[in-house]
Design a protein around this ligand. Structure first.
Ligand SMILES: Cc1cc2nc3c(=O)[nH]c(=O)nc-3n(C[C@H](O)[C@H](O)[C@H](O)COP(=O)(O)OP(=O)(O)OC[C@H]3O[C@@H](n4cnc5c(N)ncnc54)[C@H](O)[C@@H]3O)c2cc1C
Length: 417
């Protein structure tokens, strides 16, 4: 096999060089100290300095645990200059035309160590930095843009044939190819999925009043409207609307878009202007029925997709990364075959319950808040008022935002060499 110049042999091949696939490649390389051979492929062109400004309006809320992982794989120092620590979180809930927006729940978003529990980071910085780190890592081989023509399997390898005639073999193939994951379909793994009748509208604004490092989630009947603080006097607006409203808002001209924003910001950030693209994503939830098959694992959005209201989709994907790295590197260290089903079952047990619980919780919050039913409004006012008085429950929220609940994989822990 190895004598064929068109046939490359790896321990692991990752399909999808998005946020999660790139992070996995680097984490495997770092944690195995270059002892695992890694290939990664994507159907799109590489991110280069000329495509760096490709617009993705989103900014991600990254948890403290995700930050520790990004530190360990050597990319946080390049991201941190654009990462805005979130020091406070406020939840408000009132109709669009309400004169007053009482704060229902507020907490300091700091860990006992004094570290912020989360940061807001422009998504483009994260992707560019991960791409550069993978390009600079000599133990990782990248193939892009390429298309998979076929996948085959023997007892000890998966074989991937690419459209340029090359063949890649690996003991383990990981699908990090996003929500619609063609590789998941090729493996016949079904998903539980439902679409919300909502779109997520995203843009960036510059404003005259300071945001005081406070993230605000304002629940409106059509869906949550989040003001996420960025460095400087800027904020990323991530705003869920019913699909028909979103279509109307996005079709409007700049003046109409500003008016819609103005109504929702309600003067909180002072005078403002839009300084980034306006974009939208259809919102849905999905969970793969299985996260593994023989010599195969799903990771990131290929395995699960959640409502963005809690800003946890990528954090969950990075947690998959750190858990899979623990499982694979420990198995390799014991001389086990890393593609064996019983090795991968440990990854699935670890990640499936956490992601299922998260998806169900965010779904429930969205359903509870995205309506204007008087009884539900009273219930959430009473409920959130109770939480506001209980420090123990606030500590629970801080732990969740920091991504520190449950069994933490090694690379997501602070101060472990
Ligand atoms: C509006 C919005 C706001 C969000 N905000 C947050 C937030 O604040 N915090 C947070 O943690 N998460 C957030 N998320 C979720 C986050 O965007 C996703 O969880 C994350 O992008 C998933 O990354 P991924 O690498 O798994 O998938 P993707 O980013 O979709 O990457 C998949 C990659 O696979 C490649 N690919 C696809 N098919 C193939 C194929 N057949 N062959 C080869 N390559 C292929 C694609 O080109 C791409 O590079 C948000 C999502 C939305 C929609």
């Amino acid at each position: 096999m190895a004598s064929d110049p068109n046939h490359d042999v790896f321990d692991i091949v990752i399909v999808g060089a998005g946020f999660v696939g790139l992070a996995l490649a680097r984490a495997l390389s770092v944690r195995s100290q270059g002892n695992l051979t890694i290939g990664i492929l994507d159907r799109t062109e590489a991110v280069t300095s000329s495509t760096k400004s490709r617009p993705d309006a989103r900014a991600f809320a990254l948890s403290a645990s995700s930050r520790y992982l990004l530190e360990r794989i050597g990319v946080w120092s390049q991201i941190s200059g654009d990462a805005q620590p979130v020091e406070k979180i406020q939840i408000t809930d009132s109709p669009l035309d309400a004169g007053v927006r009482p704060v229902l729940l507020a907490w300091d978003n700091l860990l006992e160590t004094g570290d912020p529990a989360s940061f807001i980071v422009p998504s483009g910085n994260v992707l560019d930095t991960l791409s550069t780190a993978v390009d600079d890592d000599k133990t990782i081989t990248t193939y892009r843009p390429v298309t998979i023509v076929s996948i085959g399997k023997t007892d000890c390898h998966h074989t991937i044939t690419l459209d340029d005639g090359r063949v890649l073999s690996a003991k383990l193939v990981v699908a990090a190819d996003g929500r619609s994951s063609p590789l998941r379909t090729m493996h016949g793994i079904d998903v539980v999925r439902w679409a919300y009748d909502q779109h997520g509208i995203v843009t960036t604004i510059a404003h005259s009043k300071p945001h005081h490092a406070t993230a605000v989630q304002h629940f409106l009947p059509a869906g949550p409207f989040a003001m996420l603080p960025l460095t400087g006097n800027r904020s990323c607006i991530t705003w869920s609307e019913t699909t028909s409203n979103a279509e109307r808002i996005l079709a409007g001209d700049d003046t109409q878009f500003l008016e819609e924003l103005d109504q929702r910001l309600a003067g909180r950030l002072g005078a403002f202007e839009v300084v980034g693209p306006r974009q939208s994503w259809p919102l849905s939830m999905h969970l793969a029925r299985s996260y593994i098959a023989d010599r195969f694992a799903l990771i990131g959005d290929a395995a699960h997709g959640v409502h963005p209201l809690a800003g946890q989709g990528l954090n969950l994907g990075l947690r998959d990364v750190a858990a899979l790295v623990d499982v694979v590197v420990e198995a390799a260290g014991l001389g086990l075959d890393i593609g064996r089903l019983d090795v991968l079952q440990r990854y699935e047990r670890w990640r499936r319950s956490d992601t299922t619980l998260s998806a169900a919780s965010f779904d429930g919050i969205n359903r509870l808040f995205s309506n204007d039913v008087a009884l539900l409004r009273s219930l959430r006012e009473v409920g959130l008022g109770t939480v506001d008085r209980l420090q123990g429950l606030k500590d629970f929220f801080i732990g969740e935002a920091a991504g520190q609940a449950g069994e933490l994989p090694m690379m997501m822990q602070k101060n472990v060499a």
